[in-house]
Design a protein around this ligand. Structure first.
Ligand code: AQP
Length: 342
């Protein structure tokens, strides 16, 4: 009665993105592009602006409001259709935080201390980090399990948090002698599950990196995108003709992965086309491709952001739809735990 396989549950996809800054190419290729593909495969999809996660590090309130609406516009402009998927912000569905409290009592301190994102973000200053940042993975487990979600599309960096979500579900099921929460499966697919910084091939591209040159923002104009790619760190060698030749060349591998993800090709297929080329020739090809793929998204985001009232309406409707699922699951959880009056 501990490991309720995802296959016993109605298939349901859940994922989220923090409104902690502007969207990056990493968020697009690692998450958003996959989100709209899964929706178009006819799956039952729920996507969330995880604003409660964002405030685990300081956010200026006005910027947080703006970023939440901009992120919503980014989802829609990337192909997530609010008529097909449920789209909302986390704080508007209180069951996420309520279930997270229960999971705070299930998860163990040692589990949280082992999370690499906690170690990276709290760094040497763990004493000064917020309690919320430490408990972040328990809230993430609640985000997923309050829908009994069976599949979570994420980038490689979130794999450890999904494993922790499975640990929380298994311990809850075991402690209370039930098969209530599923063993959610991560979906980590494609050539760009870990897009790296353009300035340092060993670091993830991130919206909160202090260097703007390290990332491509979805709101960057064509000239800025081309300039950032032209200036991306590389090595002096020509591109190899097989993926094996990219081992120990993290910056070269990153640019080829990005090209492959945009064209839905494998790295070997891309290298069969561009192997032997110098970066002086490959970078303009990549820049043209990135501009062609991202410009329509940034134009559509700007158009959507002209009408914030409409964005707020979409979020409010999504929250109502989400609560049709979360209210009964939280009620049942309270009953299992023995909380009176649920
Ligand atoms: N560089 C990346 N490559 C592939 N996927 C990525 N994701 C983020 N960066 C990359 C995926 O995007 C989704 C949303 O991530 P998030 O915003 O909730 O948090 P994050 O992973 O911490 O992203 P950032 O950009 O690094 O945000 P900050 O700087 O605020 O911490 C996830 O599926 C993630 O895997």
């Amino acid at each position: 009665m501990t490991d309720a396989p995802a296959s016993q549950f109605t298939p349901r996809v859940f994922s989220g993105i923090q409104p902690s800054g502007g969207l990056t190419l990493g968020n697009y290729l690692g998450a958003l592009k996959r989100f709209s593909e899964m929706q178009n495969e006819g799956r039952d999809c729920i996507y969330c602006m995880v604003d409660l996660h964002a405030i685990t590090v300081w956010q200026d309130p006005d910027k947080l409001r703006h970023n939440t609406r901009e992120l919503t516009a980014g989802f829609i402009a990337s192909g997530v259709d609010p008529e097909k998927s449920i789209l909302f912000n986390q704080s508007a569905v209180p069951e996420h935080a309520q279930l997270a409290w229960i999971f705070n009592t299930v998860a163990r301190m040692g589990w949280m201390q082992r999370m690499t994102q906690w170690k990276d973000k709290a760094g040497k200053n763990a004493e000064k980090a917020s309690l919320g940042l430490f408990a972040y993975p328990a809230l993430m487990a609640a985000d997923i399990l309050v829908y009994h979600a069976t599949h979570v599309p994420v980038g490689e960096d979130q794999k450890q948090h999904i494993e922790l979500t499975r640990d929380v579900a298994a311990k809850f099921n075991h402690d209370y002698g039930v098969d209530f929460f599923p063993m959610t499966e991560p979906v980590i697919e494609g050539a760009a599950t870990r897009v790296m910084s353009l300035r340092d091939g060993s670091k993830k591209m991130s919206k909160s990196d202090p260097s703007d040159a390290s990332r491509i923002n979805l709101t960057d104009d064509a000239d800025t995108i081309a300039k950032k790619i032209r200036k991306a760190k590389t090595d002096p060698d020509a591109l190899p003709s097989e993926a094996k030749g990219l081992e120990d060349r993290p910056e070269a591998r990153n640019l080829v992965n990005i090209y492959a993800a945009f064209t839905n090709k494998t790295v070997d297929q891309v290298l069969a086309e561009v192997g032997g080329k110098q970066f002086g020739e490959f970078k303009p090809m990549l820049a043209d491709l990135a501009v062609a793929k991202l410009s329509p998204i940034s134009t559509e985001m700007a158009r959507l952001l002209d009408d914030t009232a409409e964005i707020d309406r979409i979020l409010a409707r999504g929250a109502e739809q989400a609560r049709e699922i979360t209210v009964p699951i939280l009620k049942k959880t309270y009953e299992i735990v023995g909380l009176v009056g649920a």
